[in-house]
Design a protein around this ligand. Sequence first.
Ligand code: ATP
Length: 370
Amino acid sequence: MAQIVLNDLLKAFEQNTAINHVSLTIEDGTFQVLLGPSGCGKTTTLRCIAGLEKTDGGQIFIGDQDVTRLSPAERDIAMVFQQYAIYPHMTVAENMAFPLRAVKTPQSEINVRVEEAARKLRIEKLLNRKPGKLSGGEMQRVAIGRAIVRRPQVFLMDEPLSNLDANMRAEMRTEIKRLQVELGVTTVFVTHDQLEAMSMADKIAVMYGGIIQQNGSPADVYDRPFNLFVAGFIGSPSMNFVSCILSDDGNTLMLEGEIPIGIQVAAKERIRRVQTGKQLILGVRPEDISLRKDNPPEFEPCEVYVMEPLGAENILDVRLGNHSFKVRTPPTFSAPIGARLSMRIDQCRMHLFDAETTLNLTNPVRLMEI
Ligand code: ATP
């Protein structure tokens, strides 16, 4: 088990900079997720840690050792990929034993480790089966089993669940998380699926354009996004965004289209560092808006554009002037298209972003570890 440190890592493919001076410290035993849209550099970062890509600058440490120039075999890591590459002619037990055989581990030790891994993954009954007779989820367990028998210092996983159906993914998420806690092995897990990231990670590094935009706990990136990209990428439905300006007296948010929203007393502290007269973007999550059928103080009149019933909750799309807000409501709250309601933004949970720099002005705590 070991800490991983990326220090000013740089990797380019000809003119294309895939990793742009990334620094990240992954504490020993952490489940670290690299999350971001396609092409943001997460797989390249993982491949650099594995030693499968040569870096163009910076250093990689695993434990106390500078592994930047070491081969993958010398790094004491185990990888699990999306394509799990199980050998079809070998049984499950033989597949799992393969990496131990490769380093000439005695047979008695191989048996102990394969049985132990199979028990942890609940595939003891499958040990004599050939992969052709396994489900996708079972094959993924075998691939993970093959990684854990080696007892490496670090697990590296690249979208290992993306070939599975929705139910199996949910089940394997739980299994991998439980296993990681049990084994305590530092794990780097690449995904573009925010639900996967939120449900499994101790820390999520949100990447975009080869840069770590923010690294923090799931609660950090959800509740205290560092910038507009993180705020928009995390959460489903996404955070609502509207252009606005804070009035000179600091008492009103003027939404684009001259819609004034009074600043709530409780939110004064939150906007303390926000400059007046500056072009801003208001960000508010769907669950931080309340809807009412009457019109109490602090509520603004709005109209229902559409309602999406999702079973456990309803998502209402309401219009305030020309602005559209998605609002999460309990399943018991419904309203027909065109219904006139009133809405209130919980300003103690709203975010104001600088429209120019995209930084979150209501979250001055810099969580970014770069
Ligand atoms: P995805 O989720 O689609 O795998 P990613 O976030 O993992 O995306 P990377 O695969 O790390 O992104 O790619 C980062 C950038 O580097 C992309 O612009 C990609 O096109 C480029 N890239 C990655 N591998 C190579 C390569 N072998 N040759 C050239 N360009 C590459």
